[in-house]
Design a protein around this ligand. Structure first.
Ligand code: V47
Length: 374
């Protein structure tokens, strides 16, 4: 299958110093623009040649989008942490009556919508009693307050829950939410598609087939979406790469994914492993994503979970997006993420310049707003 993406620099050539011989045939395929297989993806994650893997991914990134790295002025709003699910990796979810459980009013949500942002990202718990109409009201109110702010909201898992709880099918809920002002969907809720992991960590949550069905429905309705992988807990390298290949197959069918975000598991109090996965693993994960997902244009280096320093290095390992300024993020921080709650526009630009890349401010749909000085 030939990648469907337009390539910024099809003639790009570089000489690489690769020390791991197992990477030689992979490098030949990358240069020829050929697709990588599951076993080649696993080799990328297993290799100790971090620089070699990173340079191949950086080459693939440069060929696609040159030296530009994107970011958005955005706010994350997590309207409630009350959730009927009990995913074993999640410190965010609380039960009604728990000490730290919270519910935001529409007014409180609107306080997050500043004039200067371009994107609002809404993801929350699966609340047992909030009616579907409350979510519609939320989207309408944001859209009325700031029509220029693009609303990216609701994971496939939340859309699935609207059907289970309120009998509103994904087609219906997405049509109503789109009418209210929703423009795109975040990539969360995918976790790891492996049914082995699903059984252990997230029983009762939308599974791989359902997640895919909902994203394909959104794509058919001209709602672009993102996709994610939650890694660094109990999953194997094979399961990570099989997950990426599934995403690549969906993208071949629909072309509706904007960006892929590798989400590093934050150990917090759930402690599926004693400490977080090493930075070397984060960087290889970003690189493997760039090399496997030849049909998804943007790969994020998500500073909230990686920390600003590793995220900036990720921009030399195939990532071309640093996500956004964020504001008050609660999911990773409930799991004790060490990053600050938000970043200013200038510190995003500095992280990108530190990686010797060109900062480009974008909107939620990747339209360029401003190219910064390098
Ligand atoms: O679906 C929950 C994850 C996701 C933990 O689309 C955890 O642009 C790590 O989807 N450690 C929500 N991750 C966040 C999300 C997201 C974030 C940034 C950008 C985009 C985008 C999407 O957070 C959940 C779940 O996979 N999560 N607990 C944890 N302990």
């Amino acid at each position: 299958m030939v990648p469907i993406l337009e390539v910024a620099d099809p003639n790009l050539q570089v000489d690489l110093n690769i020390s791991d011989k197992r990477l030689f045939p992979i490098w030949d395929k990358v240069q020829a623009g050929e697709r990588l297989s599951t076993s080649e993806g696993v080799t990328l994650l297993e290799s100790d040649d971090l620089a070699g893997v990173g340079r191949m991914a950086d080459f693939a990134k440069k060929r696609l989008t040159g030296d530009k790295v994107y970011f958005v002025l955005n706010r994350h709003v997590n309207p409630t942490n009350i959730c009927v699910l009990s995913c074993k990796f999640c410190d965010f979810a609380k039960k009604p009556g728990d000490k730290d459980a919270y519910e935001m009013s529409i007014e409180e949500i609107l306080d997050h919508v500043d004039e200067d942002i371009h994107e609002i990202h809404i993801v929350g718990g699966h609340h047992p009693t909030w009616p579907f109409e409350y979510y519609v009201e939320m989207v309408k109110a944001i859209h009325e307050k700031a029509p220029h702010v693009q609303i990216k909201g609701f994971t496939a898992s939340e859309i699935d829950y609207f059907q289970r709880r309120w009998k509103v099918s994904p087609e219906e809920s997405l049509a109503i939410l789109k009418e209210a002002g929703l423009q795109s969907m975040p990539g969360g809720g995918a976790e790891v598609f492996s049914s082995r992991v699903h059984k252990i960590l997230l029983p009762g949550k939308a599974n791989a087939d359902r997640w895919a069905e909902i994203h394909k429905t959104a794509h058919r309705m001209d709602i672009p979406t993102n996709c994610t992988l939650l890694y660094g807990h109990i999953e194997t390298y094979e399961e990570r790469i099989e997950h990426l290949i599934r995403l690549r197959n969906i993208q071949d069918e629909t072309g509706g994914f904007l960006a892929f975000i590798p989400l590093e598991y934050q150990v917090g109090m759930t402690k599926l492993r004693p400490r977080h996965t090493p930075a070397m693993d984060d960087l290889k994960m970003i690189a493997a994503a760039r090399l496997m997902l030849d049909n998804i244009k943007y790969i994020k280096s998500y500073w909230v979970m990686l920390g600003a320093a590793t995220a900036s290095i990720g921009l030399n390992f195939g990532a071309n997006d640093l996500d956004g300024t964020i504001g008050k993020e609660r999911i990773a921080h409930a799991a004790l993420a060490e990053s600050p709650a938000g970043q200013a526009r200038e510190s995003m630009a500095s992280s990108i310049r530190d990686a010797r890349r060109i900062p480009v401010e974008r909107d939620a749909l990747y339209n360029e707003i401003k190219v910064y000085d390098y």
